[in-house]
Design a protein around this ligand. Structure first.
Ligand SMILES: Nc1ncnc2c1ncn2[C@@H]1O[C@H](COP(=O)(O)OP(=O)(O)OP(=O)(O)O)[C@@H](O)[C@H]1O
Length: 301
């Protein structure tokens, strides 16, 4: 149901550099919407340094009814992780270079439309994952894509062009690695080019690794791209960008509630876009409906 009255106090966490978009005017627009609807607003602009600690204490001190992340997937994950298991919903104004979770949640990508969520929305619960004690809301990877994410985050250059350039360079020499994966109902043993732990569907780049994933079904998917001839790469890319990767003969999917990935070749890994080092045993469990999110009011309502 639409729920305007209950949310009178909102914390906006704004990443000023996300998506290389100037957000001065946006702040004015947020203030205007809040004033029109008699909503108290608190702003925090991230600095890239100890933001999590500051946001945590702002939530503790101000007890906001909602927290909006204004930025890209990195900002959304930082804020969302703090709200898992709490009564406080996560709102998103998508303004990053990658806005994967907001797209999976059908949040408007148009800023003017997204701003209307401040006063008109529904609240729904979605699942999250626990990966060796780290929260994951969106997608985590081992293998090729994780290596590209790591090199991208170690580098100076931002934006999709830099990401694509690194991916091309790495692709030429990357060799699939051997994994053993035990889920609550099956075992996989074999080589994989990449292993994606998917609570959601598509990366910020729009590459859809898990087209049939549902964010609140109490399950997650381990999506494998197995060894493939280099000549098949374009076909795989095409399927990733046309929501048809499940049709590829080089993919396989394990749907489960818990899993252990034995990462014996020490492949690098990322969780929701942040590189992490988790050791050789990666344990994943689903936390059903553990995060409240702010969504557009369905048309029928
Ligand atoms: N003021 C700041 N200066 C520099 N970096 C910042 C600042 N605030 C946040 N960050 C960094 O921005 C990153 C998150 O950016 P986010 O994903 O929201 O936007 P993005 O444009 O999609 O980013 P990216 O291009 O890195 O994916 C985090 O690594 C965070 O530490």
């Amino acid at each position: 149901m639409q729920d305007n009255r209950a949310h009178q106090n909102i914390l906006f966490v704004i990443n000023p550099i996300a998506g290389d978009i100037d957000k001065e005017e946006l702040e004015e627009e947020i203030i205007a919407v809040c004033e029109e609807h008699q909503i108290n607003h608190i702003f925090y602009k991230t600095t890239g340094d100890e933001d999590v600690e500051v946001i945590k204490s702002l939530i503790k001190e101000n007890k906001p009814d909602l927290v909006f992340a204004v930025g890209g997937d990195g900002t959304v994950s930082q804020v969302g992780a703090l709200l898992i298991g709490t009564k406080t919903p996560l709102g998103i104004i998508p303004l990053g270079s990658g806005n994967g979770l907001s797209k999976d949640l059908n949040i408007p990508q148009d800023t003017e439309e997204a701003l209307q969520l401040i006063h008109r929305h529904v609240i729904r619960n979605i699942d999250t994952l626990d990966i060796n004690g780290h929260p994951s809301i969106h997608l985590a990877d081992l293998g090729f894509n994780a290596l590209v994410v790591k090199r991208f985050s170690d580098g100076e250059t931002r934006g999709p062009g830099a990401y694509a350039w690194i991916a091309m360079q790495e692709f030429l020499s990357y060799e699939p690695k051997f994994y053993t994966i035990d889920t609550d109902n099956e075992r996989f043993e074999g080589e994989a080019f990449m292993v994606t732990i998917a609570n959601a569907n598509a990366f910020g780049s729009n590459a859809n690794i898990n087209p049939t994933g549902i964010l609140n079904d109490g399950r997650f998917e381990i999506c494998l791209i197995e060894r493939f001839p280099k000549t098949a790469a374009l076909g795989i890319l095409y399927k990733l960008y046309t929501d048809s990767i499940d049709d590829s003969v080089y993919t396989r999917k394990l749907s489960c509630r818990s899993a252990v990935i034995h990462n014996t070749e020490h492949e690098v890994m990322h969780i929701d876009g942040e590189p992490v080092e988790l050791g050789n045993e990666v344990r994943i469990t689903i936390k059903p409906k553990s995060l409240k999110v702010v969504l557009p009011v369905p048309e029928a309502e």
